[in-house]
Design a protein around this ligand. Structure first.
Ligand code: ATP
Ligand code: MG
Length: 421
């Protein structure tokens, strides 16, 4: 019986892997230039970690997590996002301290049980970054400019930045209550999910995609009108810094994010090129999270970027880094016997060298070399062996020259090796 992959889970095939590798490379470059260092966290954690950090009334906790019990009865979930694990690790390994600033990034798969569609998968990949240890608003602007730079480096156009502030533990509850009153008055106009959210996580109602809920909350009070003095100043500095960096943004007072631990600056990078799945990256400040997870009170900010959606936006030119290949075409048993050693030496010197050991005709081997777009073919038959040479054919200009067998590895590796380029 043929067994297929799980629904909503994609294989990333060699034909598309160049784009993935290039995105990862560009992300590492940009993030590391900004002082971030990679952290690799487990793909599963105790369910409690996510429940506590992501919060009730969110889609992730209510319906999207893959949760199971291990043989000892511990409740475990596949990670639906990276922030909780990074913060857990930072607390556990004492990376946090009064004067410590930690800049951490991760790249890896996340798991959510959602309805699969274009740009929405059950295993998907995120590049994320977390900055722990400061609530300086210039840092918020720096996180945004870093993301902007990364998108620019990858040649992605047509992305807008939406920005909002959600207040802090002083003013957020006031807004929450005001919004709750408004939502209670709206009552039956809301979908059933939102009726429940009104008590549990009222801000989340503003994020509901149901058109009736959108209509019913059109006149909802704005979070920005309830910000306390400190939060207003904080937001102002973020905006002024972005202006100084000439980074365009739009204020979106309905941008709330599904997660409970977000405070103050909240943002999303969106595009019109992906249909309904328009968010490419999202994030914000979470000054309360570290404490919530049992660590010392430590402010933080972070984001996660969806790799599938980013890759769907990449220009076609990205990720076409063909390697220069030398195809070795041995003819006859004596030449085939020499092949393993020659290939090994070439590869040891960093050359991408290929052959098939099938002893086929020259014509058939040339076809094969052509198909893999080899830059050179080294022909080694009985005549060449007797003469102590390899016949080297340049596949671009069809030039042929004899290279002494004992110099062959050296000649090729100086021309083709990445180590020498
Ligand atoms: P959405 O509103 O699209 O469901 P979200 O608010 O759930 O997004 P986040 O938790 O903020 O998304 O995750 C950050 C980014 O990860 C998103 O902007 C998106 O690019 C990507 N992402 C989230 N869920 C998925 C998914 N199921 N498949 C592919 N990419 C995803
Ligand atoms: Mg979602």
């Amino acid at each position: 019986m043929k067994i297929g992959a799980i629904r909503g889970v994609k294989d990333i095939l060699p034909a598309e892997i160049g784009k993935w590798q290039e995105v990862e490379f560009a992300a590492r470059e940009t993030l590391e230039n900004h002082g971030y260092r990679e952290i690799r966290i487990p793909v599963f954690e105790y369910t409690e970690l996510f429940a506590r950090s992501i919060g009730q009334g969110t889609d992730i906790i209510e319906k999207e997590m893959y949760t199971f019990e291990d043989s000892k009865g511990s409740k475990i979930s596949l990670r639906p996002e990276g922030t909780a694990g990074v913060v857990r690790a930072a607390i556990e390994h004492h990376l946090l301290g009064p004067s410590a600033i930690n800049k951490l990034y991760y790249i890896g798969p996340m798991f959510r049980h959602e309805r699969p569609q274009k740009g929405r998968y059950r295993q998907f990949y995120q590049i994320g970054a977390e900055l722990l240890g400061t609530d300086n608003p210039r840092v918020d602007a720096e996180v945004l400019s870093m993301l902007h730079l990364l998108l620019q480096h990858l040649g992605i156009a047509g992305i807008s930045l939406e920005l909002n502030s959600l207040g802090c533990k002083a003013c957020r509850p006031v807004y929450r209550a005001t919004l709750q009153d408004f939502l209670k008055a709206a009552g039956d106009a809301l979908c059933n999910d939102c009726k429940r959210r009104t008590d549990l996580n009222p801000l989340r109602v503003l994020d509901c995609k149901n058109p009736h809920c959108r209509e019913a909350t059109r006149e909802a009070p704005s979070v920005l009108a309830s910000l306390c003095r400190e939060c207003m100043d904080h937001f102002e500095t973020v905006k002024v810094t972005l202006d100084e960096l000439a980074l365009p943004y739009e204020i979106n007072e309905r941008l709330v994010r599904g997660l409970d631990y977000y405070t103050r600056t909240t943002f999303e990078f969106t595009t019109h090129q992906l249909g309904a799945q328009n968010a490419v990256a999202a994030g914000g400040r979470y000054d309360g999270l570290v404490e919530e997870l049992g660590g010392p009170a430590t402010p933080g900010i972070g984001f996660a970027l969806g790799m599938e959606r980013l890759i769907a936006l990449l220009p076609d030119t990205v990720g076409r880094r063909d390697r220069d290949v030398l195809y070795l075409a041995p003819l006859g048993k004596a030449a085939i016997d020499r092949t393993p050693h020659l290939l090994h030496e070439l590869r040891r010197r960093g050359v991408c060298a290929e052959t098939d050991y099938q002893g086929k005709s020259l014509k058939s081997q040339m076809k094969k070399a052509d198909k893999m777009r080899a830059r050179y073919v080294g022909i080694l038959g009985d005549d060449e062996l007797n003469e102590g040479v390899v016949l080297l054919r340049n596949m671009e200009n069809k030039d042929q020259q004899k290279v002494p067998l004992d110099k062959f590895v050296e000649v090729i590796s100086t021309t083709l090796s990445r180590d020498h380029s």
